[in-house]
Design a binder for this molecule. Structure first.
Ligand code: PAF
Length: 283
């Protein structure tokens, strides 16, 4: 596996790969890889003849009070994990390489970027769309892989790729969970042992909701009230949102038709976690 730090070297390497007719899969990450990322890399390795994993903590998608400086980083460990999962190239640029001057150009998505996490993280999805656009331009992959845990990010990137005619297939990959159900996330490393145990409530809330949906419940406010009750039993938690919305437009729904996204964002102490599930009649 090769580690590349500059856009120019990556472009030259990939031009040679493309001229051999090989297909490129891109897995964009911010590093501190866990099994969720590794499942994206494995899937990319199955479907492409060359896999590029980008590792870049993107300052543009963090607000001024957010955890950019504290975000966990461990490049040597990430490289060996990425290689073990099937990556051929790790692209790990410095901030100055990706943003050599203050950007005057951004990619911003209307409506979808203002819902859910967009309400408490203004500018976040502008940062995500901008860096993902840059990575897609630099790598020009046939396929790019994103986890379903960030359901809003996935919907936004799919829509951006359609709206801007990116010649790429966006491939969604299922959520990876710890044995007790907590969705894998680099931010889980911030949790104290007590918060880690409390965070299991997210999975419990999702599973109970799936059961209620299977039993015929369709009123969003009923799901929301039950989840609120569950979470508020735990001291020190702060609910950011409990939303039931359309999967592609992310617009809230009052009454679920045949399917909807149930998305949660909750703070455990200082750590904000997100999780979601699809409430669907389809098997
Ligand atoms: O999901 C992430 O880790 C990031 O938002 C992404 C897609 C790598 C863009 O920085």
């Amino acid at each position: 596996m090769k580690m590349i730090r500059t856009i120019m070297e990556l472009r030259q390497t990939l031009a040679a790969v493309r001229s051999e007719g090989r297909q490129i899969g891109l897995v964009p990450t911010m590093g501190f890889l866990h099994d969720g990322h590794l499942s994206l890399i494995r899937r990319a390795a199955e479907e492409n003849s060359l896999v590029v994993v980008s590792i870049f903590v993107n300052p543009l998608q963090f607000g001024p009070q957010e955890d950019y400086a504290a975000y966990p980083r461990d490049l040597p460990r990430d490289c060996s994990l990425a290689e073990s999962a099937g990556a051929d190239i790790v692209f790990a640029p410095e901030v100055e390489e990706m943003y050599p001057q203050a950007s005057l150009t951004y990619v911003e998505i209307a409506v979808l970027g203002d819902e859910l996490c967009g309400r408490s993280r203004p500018g976040h999805f502008r940062g995500v769309c901008t860096v993902v656009s840059k990575l897609l331009h630099i790598v020009q992959p046939e396929r790019a892989y994103f986890g379903r845990k960030d359901a809003q990010q996935l919907a936004i990137i799919q829509r951006m790729a359609e709206d801007l005619n990116f010649p790429v297939q966006i491939v969604p990959v299922p959520i990876c969970r710890e044995p007790d159900g907590l969705a894998m996330s680099s931010r889980n490393s911030y949790l104290s042992p007590e918060e880690r145990s409390q965070a299991r409530v997210l999975f419990r809330a999702l599973r109970e909701s799936e059961q209620a949906f299977a039993a015929g419940e369709r009123e969003s406010r009923v799901f929301q009230a039950r989840i609120k009750e569950l979470i508020e039993q735990i001291p020190g938690t702060q609910i950011d949102y409990i939303e039931i919305c359309a999967t592609q437009t992310l617009q809230p729904v009052e009454q679920i038709d045949h399917q909807a996204l149930l998305a949660l964002a909750v703070r455990f102490g200082r750590t904000r976690l997100i999780d979601n599930c699809l409430l669907t009649e389809e098997k």
